[in-house]
Design a protein around this ligand. Structure first.
Ligand code: P6P
Length: 334
């Protein structure tokens, strides 16, 4: 393998563009700018603890959650990068109550809108636990000579043209799909490039890991309690119980389970009667990726990607992962 035998994210995006006969490079440009924003956020996270970037920003996000300084930074970086691409006319973000509409001429006519969770799991940052960024890309449905409107952002997840996440972990990876499978790129800090490291990612049909915040056990629906007990009994196939792994950072838990096989569960609870995770910028992009990798994503009754959002910050019960494990859960509880 020659030292130059790498496929960078930008090389890959351009190669993939050739698979789309009508592509004129707009989506490629958008993905390129997202990659650049991810590198900037990564650089700041890797210095967190050394520069004044840890801790709370002294404000709350639309969910009433404490905004971390890095939440604010990541939100600004991704929004600025998306605007600079000229291909995006607006952004919905966990950190902003309403959609951000780009009014500058070069951006206002952008073909796409993007929904982001700029820094998911940020409450973990001060304790050096891995966090992530999540993005979801749609074609706008409003006229291109008008400003983007809420209808652009409340499309069902099945209308996504691309989705991905960045995991800032032991290494920094960008994993994305444009509907032609899932590919993972690891950031090589020595050259500042995301390099193809996980081509054509597929999740096993079954795994041994279940991921859920069992601290909420008492509040779970009875069927979910039954499934947890099922996981704790000996699996006939191995003679051993499943393995409980839960980081409390969606991207980290999902990424591990995608690679090893497993199931992630965030059920309704008394604290979150509709579940905690947000449909538009967490469940939909993760579901697109999971399905493209051969997995399943549901709210317990409906395929996540068929749900039409009623509002930007709408929450949903969320179960995703290996198909045989999801099937077992749904058979038990929903
Ligand atoms: P809990 C992080 O705050 C987050 O939105 C997801 O990244 C994560 O999966 C979930 O919340 C963890 O929630 O209630 O278990 O702390």
């Amino acid at each position: 393998m020659s030292s130059y035998d790498i496929i960078s994210l930008n090389d890959f995006i351009i190669r993939q563009q050739k698979d789309f006969p009508y592509a004129r490079g707009e989506l490629s440009s958008l993905l390129h700018h997202i990659g650049t924003a991810a590198k900037m956020v990564n650089a700041k996270i890797r210095k967190a603890g050394l520069v004044e970037i840890l801790g709370r920003a002294g404000a709350e996000n639309p969910q009433g959650e404490d905004q971390q300084k890095l939440d604010r930074y990541a939100d600004e970086v991704f929004i600025d990068a998306l605007q600079a691409s000229g291909e995006c006319c607006g952004v919905a973000s966990e950190e902003n109550q309403n959609e951000v509409v780009f009014t500058e001429e070069f951006a206002a006519r952008g073909k796409y809108i993007v929904c982001i969770d700029p820094l998911d799991g940020s409450s973990n940052i001060d304790y050096n636990v891995s966090v992530g960024s999540i993005f979801s890309i749609y074609r706008r449905v409003t006229e291109r000579d008008a400003e983007s409107g809420i209808a652009d952002f409340l499309q069902p997840g099945s209308k996504q043209v691309a989705a991905g996440y960045v995991i800032y972990g032991s290494s920094t990876m960008l994993v994305y799909t444009t509907g032609n499978g899932v590919n993972g790129f690891t950031l090589d800090p020595t050259i500042g490039e995301f390099c193809l490291s996980h081509p054509s990612m597929k999740t096993p049909s079954k795994g041994r890991i279940y991921s859920i915040n069992e601290g909420n056990y008492i509040k779970f629906p009875d069927g979910v309690k039954r499934y947890i007990k099922y996981c704790q009994e000996n699996d006939p196939a191995t003679g051993r119980p499943y393995i409980s792994r839960y980081i409390g950072s969606l991207v980290s838990d999902v990424h591990r389970n995608l690679l090893t096989g497993g199931i992630f569960l965030y059920p309704p609870s008394i604290i979150y009667p509709s579940g905690k995770l947000r449909l538009v910028y967490e469940c939909n992009p993760i579901s697109f990726i999971i399905e493209q990798a051969g997995g399943v994503a549901t709210d317990g009754r409906n395929r996540i990607l068929t749900i039409s959002p009623g509002s930007l910050h709408q929450r949903s019960p969320f179960y995703c992962g290996s198909p045989e494990m999801i099937s077992q859960l749904v058979g038990m509880c929903c």
